[in-house]
Design a protein around this ligand. Structure first.
Ligand code: UT7
Length: 322
């Protein structure tokens, strides 16, 4: 049996940081509301000269260094992102070029906040079929480029960042199972309604903006993530108490608490970054994983469940032994 095993991880956060108190000066909000409703205290913002590929490149460099591999060994690059630099070339190829490697397939996967889990699932399949020997999987976003800074319903939630990992085949256990889901009937609850083939001219004019029916999204997210987490454990004959870590998408502390409660998992066993990063969409899980691994909480051999939920709706879980 071939497993995909994480050889190294990395993350990058832009240096510019915005606190809830900074936001109080922009919109009618306050630190107390943002903290109690979302858990967010601060978020990082990409600089004017930083695009998604720049953030992804920095995270990738750290993952390569952490894995101790030669970058020439990479034979697959997949990036989950909803905020690509360009329509094309895809952001994966831009990062490939920045890394100075050539020839391997590089592409992006667009599944909103579930983008990294989707990308990781695809990479896992490439490795399991024996075709890929060293994959670079990235989640990177400049979500703040989509933000209407006068809309307090959404501008307090998001941040920018990138996380990356190097995956290799191994006979030791690694990724045990990936499960993905989607339901387009929810497309109108969370969306940025403009793109190359529809209302393109609205982009950048303020006419197009991120729209979210917050409390509706919240309810479906809580239910779907709880169901998905339980299903992932059940399908793999894992009891709740066997789980060492939950690494959830960092959209809202209250959503994370609800999932943890359903799994009967104390918050000490959940990697939380929402307070420092905000919702970084596809970047949130790989960054949280990197935090947990680098500070020594997540140890080799431990059982980890990652789970994501985002616009579409899309969702997914990855169960693995680190
Ligand atoms: O990553 C993809 C998935 N995304 C998510 O999972 C996000 C899911 N949704 C949420 O996290 C929450 O719904 C929010 C954090 C977005 C909102 O929290 P909520 O508890 O659902 O609040 P709400 O939208 O029901 O608004 C409650 C009140 C409203 O005032 P009234 O109508 O009760 O007078 C809002 O106008 O809070 C008001 N409000 C704010 N007040 C201060 C909304 N935004 C703000 C704000 N500051 N920034």
């Amino acid at each position: 049996m071939i497993y995909s095993r994480i050889e190294g991880t990395g993350r990058y956060l832009p240096s510019k940081m915005m606190t809830n108190f900074d936001l109080e000066k922009l919109v009618d909000t306050n630190d107390e509301w943002i903290k109690t409703r979302t858990g967010v205290e601060r978020r990082h913002l990409a600089g004017a000269d930083q695009a998604t590929s720049d953030l992804g490149y920095e995270a990738a460099k750290k993952a390569i260094e952490n894995a101790g591999i030669d970058k020439e060994d990479i034979d697959l690059i997949i990036i989950g992102t909803t905020t690509p630099d360009y329509v094309f070339p895809n952001t994966g190829t831009l990062i490939q070029d920045r890394l100075g490697i050539h020839g391997c397939p590089a592409f992006s996967v667009e599944a909103a906040c579930s983008g990294f889990i989707y990308a990781l699932s695809v990479a896992d399949k490439f490795i399991q079929t024996g075709g890929t020997k060293c994959a670079l999987v990235i989640g990177a976003e400049v979500m703040t480029s989509l933000i209407d800074w006068s809309d307090r319903n959404t501008c307090v939630l998001f941040g920018d960042g990138a996380g990356a990992m190097i995956l290799k085949p191994s006979s030791e256990t690694g990724i045990l199972d990936c499960k993905l889901g989607a339901d387009g009937k929810y497309k109108d609850l969370l969306l940025y309604p403009a793109g190359p083939s529809k209302d393109f001219k609205k982009i950048g004019t303020g006419e197009a903006k991120l729209i979210m029916s917050g409390s509706d999204v919240f309810k479906v997210a809580v239910r779907t993530l709880g169901d998905a987490a339980e299903e992932a454990l059940k399908a793999n004959n894992v009891n709740k108490e066997e789980l060492d870590w939950l690494v959830p998408h960092q959209a809202n502390l209250r959503i994370i608490q609800a999932t943890a409660k359903r799994l009967e998992l104390p918050l000490e066993k959940v990697i939380l970054t929402v307070q420092d990063h905000g919702n970084t969409s596809a970047a949130s899980i790989p960054m949280a994983l990197d935090v947990g691994i680098r500070d020594g909480r997540i140890q080799r051999g431990q059982l980890v469940l990652m789970e994501a939920f985002g616009g579409g709706f899309t969702w997914g879980t990855v169960l693995m032994r680190y």
